[in-house]
Design a protein around this ligand. Structure first.
Ligand SMILES: Nc1ncnc2c1ncn2[C@@H]1O[C@H](COP(=O)(O)OP(=O)(O)OP(=O)(O)O)[C@@H](O)[C@H]1O
Ligand SMILES: [Mg+2]
Length: 326
């Protein structure tokens, strides 16, 4: 980390996510319920204080790549009206003995000071939610210190444990490898949320959100979500964005805009995460049943909704999955 002798600041450790840029992830019901419970607890801080307890402030999100861990952290911070600092381990881990621990100390010191809030006043600060990404890189299980490097890593875990204990703000850790986290570290987090790959219903809603302003009629949407079994939300988003890119750019580039040709180009340019395997759509391509049901050219979502329902068109609020407050 190069700070050229100046005092460290939050942005030295990662990226700041502001509350007004957050989007709400589409999540399975149990995760939504757990979240609402946590938010209720946080909002009830004064009532909890009155009975001598505090809301829980440390959560760990575990789950495969692209299921929405970062998105959820950002959304939560936004619901609390706070910015989130997404800390990357690369900005903390240092090959020099002792420096990783010092960086951890400097990070928590910055987080304690908070973020300047010039909109409110020259000295105003707001607390930040610390989001510690790829947490296994910083908090892996300690092991017998056979080498200097092991010892260095173990010391960093000890420092992190202490700092977490002392820190009064919100900390969310995220990992794709929950089983690699040091058990003592794991216990410091009082909320554990596992984000799974989306089920059929969530895949339908995720596809609907990212294919908008286009849309699919009911049966085609169901078939599409079936063809996308095992896809992460990130992959579904990338697929939908590639569809829209083709619709806009294909004619300008004078590409074959026949349904089969477009589908094959989209699949070839959308890459499932190597750890997650390929959903059926990638094996069958244009021959997939879901593709035979897909109307082409793609209709606009409003037209689909009007055609399907005799009543008023579905409004945009239908895709906001998690009501609650805010
Ligand atoms: N549950 C979801 N609902 C809607 N969109 C999602 C969801 N999960 C992920 N996305 C979209 O996929 C992209 C990647 O999501 P995100 O970075 O939050 O995943 P992640 O779990 O943090 O992945 P990684 O393990 O790679 O850090 C984002 O653009 C986000 O908009
Ligand atoms: Mg992430």
């Amino acid at each position: 980390m190069s700070r050229e002798g100046r005092k460290p600041q939050l942005q030295d450790f990662g990226d700041l996510f502001m509350p007004d840029e957050a989007a709400e992830p589409i999540l399975a019901r149990p995760v939504r319920a757990a979240l609402l419970e946590w938010l209720t607890e946080i909002w009830a801080e004064p009532d909890l204080k009155a009975v001598g307890i505090k809301p829980r402030k440390r959560a760990i999100f575990d789950g495969p790549p692209g299921v929405g861990k970062t998105t959820l952290g950002h959304h939560l911070a936004a619901r609390l009206g706070l910015p989130m600092l997404a800390v990357r381990p690369d900005n903390i881990i240092d090959k020099w003995v002792g420096s990783t621990g010092q960086n951890i100390g400097a990070l928590f010191e910055c987080a304690r000071r908070g973020l300047a809030n010039p909109r409110v006043g020259p000295d105003a600060v707001m607390p930040v939610v610390l989001f510690m990404d790829e947490f296994e890189a910083l908090a892996a299980t300690r092991r017998a210190a056979d080498t200097g490097a092991d010892q260095h890593r173990n010391e960093a875990v000890d420092t992190l444990l202490q700092r977490l204990e002392q820190h009064d703000g919100f900390v969310i850790a995220a990992t794709n490898f929950g089983d690699r986290i040091d058990p003592a570290m794991w216990r410091r987090f009082d909320i554990h949320l596992t984000l799974e790959l989306p089920g059929q219903e969530e895949r339908e809603r995720i596809f609907e959100r990212y294919i908008a302003p286009f849309g699919l009629p009911g049966a085609a949407l169901t078939a599409m979500a079936e063809a996308l079994e095992t896809a992460s939300p990130a992959l579904i988003r990338a697929l939908c964005e590639n569809v829209k890119r083709q619709i806009v750019l294909g004619p300008k580039l004078k590409l074959d805009m026949g349904k089969g040709a477009v589908i094959e180009r989209i699949i070839a340019s959308t890459h499932p995460h190597p750890e997650l395997g390929k959903p059926r759509l990638w094996s069958l391509g244009a021959k997939d049943h879901a593709m035979s049901l897909m109307p082409w050219p793609l209709p606009m979502a409003d037209d689909v909704a009007e055609g399907a329902a005799a009543g008023p068109p579905a409004d945009a609020a239908n895709i906001v999955p998690f009501g609650g407050r805010g």
